[in-house]
Design a protein around this ligand. Structure first.
Ligand SMILES: Cc1ncc(COP(=O)(O)O)c(C=O)c1O
Length: 391
């Protein structure tokens, strides 16, 4: 057999998978592992989907997505963040933010172009940059700085080959939610070196006590930003697979070409459901976000009581506590916790594989607290049991 493509074989599968496979063999596991809200989606979305199925909405949509949906997205972004996108040619509906990240990178990268991002990071940025022929340049961040990006470090990492910066805030896995000032500094760097910014704002609705900064609302950012948003997290609709990209027309046209030839369009019924969620689901989202904030407060307090140091993240539904007090590294911690107490978390190393900064990954775990209260309480009991004999 001739060998498989080296760009793909050279990338390792997500570090999360080994533990998920292990957990699947054990009965009664409580999962703080998967990054999705265990919360119902807006009733308006369900009703619209049922009506769409009954009404025989079986056909493809425009490659860009339904125009009424794009109009609703434009209206929502304008009302929420004051940013302006033309539904006709500046918005593309995608199959989740996952597809949007991939086709955005493929639209802007030439072979060998460098892309800067900050670890701990969402697992797909490094691999998708690589698949698109680019070179990931991963910087590190620390708990001391709440895992926020450091503009000076970004500036120092720019070379003649740098093409783009990926920002993903609020952050999966740390929950880091930097202030507007930090983003303004980064936009200045992007302007100075003429870089694209890929801003993955999938957690924009999940912020607590602070306002989300929409990157393209920062002066000087709009023309160089590809803004990504979606329905998986803020609307609890991971399985519906809908995301969107907003960018200047030439970028959207390029992304649409890849989307047209590889996806054709995002699923029609899901587009209809997500439009209904957007237009008629706000109260539901607000109730969910309030519930997540309570879970965060409870969970982070319990982690600290147990001896796992963790500052309260201002966004997402993840906590990223330090486990150094236990004397275990994050992979040992994850495996032993799973076997001893049947609780699944994700080792920090899954989010730090590109920078070579092994310390942060080895000394932290990611916990998704977006699970029903009774499960969260039980998981806390088991986690506390596990930790108390080790700290
Ligand atoms: C930061 C981030 N971006 C993108 C995605 C993918 O989202 P989607 O379900 O819209 O493909 C995730 C999912 O975990 C994520 O955490």
């Amino acid at each position: 057999m001739k060998p498989l493509a080296r760009t793909v074989t050279g990338v390792t599968a997500s570090g999360i998978r080994r533990f998920f496979d292990l957990a699947a063999q054990i009965e009664g596991v409580l999962s703080l592992g998967v990054g999705e809200p265990r919360y119902p989606c807006p009733p308006s979305a369900k009703a619209a989907a049922v009506a769409a199925i009954q009404g025989d909405n079986d056909a493809y949509t425009s490659n860009f997505g339904r125009i009424s949906f794009r109009q609703a997205i434009a209206k929502n972004l304008s009302a929420r963040y004051g940013v302006s996108y033309t539904p006709d040619n500046e918005i593309l509906v995608t199959t989740g933010v996952s597809e949007a990240i991939d086709i955005a990178l493929r639209s802007i990268l030439e072979q060998g172009d460098e892309v800067i991002f900050v670890e701990p990071t969402y697992v797909s940025y490094g691999p998708t940059v690589t698949f698109a022929g680019g070179k990931p340049v991963a910087l590190s961040s620390t708990a001391a700085n709440n895992f926020e990006p450091d503009p000076d470090q970004i500036r120092a990492a720019v070379t003649s080959k740098t093409k783009a910066i990926i920002l993903g805030y609020p952050c999966n896995p740390t929950g880091a939610t930097p202030s507007r000032e930090v983003f303004e500094e980064i936009v200045k760097i992007a302007e100075e070196f003429d870089l694209w910014i890929l801003s993955d704002e999938i957690y924009d609705r999940l912020v607590y006590g602070v306002e989300h900064t929409c990157l393209s609302s920062i002066p000087g950012a709009w023309e160089r930003t590809i803004l990504l948003g979606g329905f998986s997290k803020g609307y609890a609709m991971t399985g519906w697979r809908i995301g969107f990209a907003c960018a200047p027309p030439a970028v959207i046209e390029s992304m649409m070409k890849i989307h047209q030839y590889t996806m054709l369009c995002a699923p029609t019924i899901s587009q209809i459901a997500c439009e209904a969620a957007l237009v008629n689901g706000e109260a539901h989202v607000q109730t969910m976000v309030a519930a997540m904030e309570k879970k965060r407060d409870y969970f982070v307090a319990k982690l600290n009581e147990a001896g796992l140091e963790c500052a309260a993240p201002k966004g997402s539904f993840f906590a990223f506590p330090s486990i150094v007090n236990t004397g275990l590294d994050s992979e040992e911690f994850t495996e032993e916790l799973l076997k001893a107490e049947k609780v699944l978390v994700v080792p920090g190393t899954a989010f730090t594989s590109w920078s070579g900064d092994t310390r942060t990954g080895a000394s932290h775990i990611r916990c998704c607290y977006a699970i029903p209260d009774e499960d969260l309480e039980e998981a806390v009991c088991r986690l506390t049991n596990f930790v108390k004999v080790r700290v």
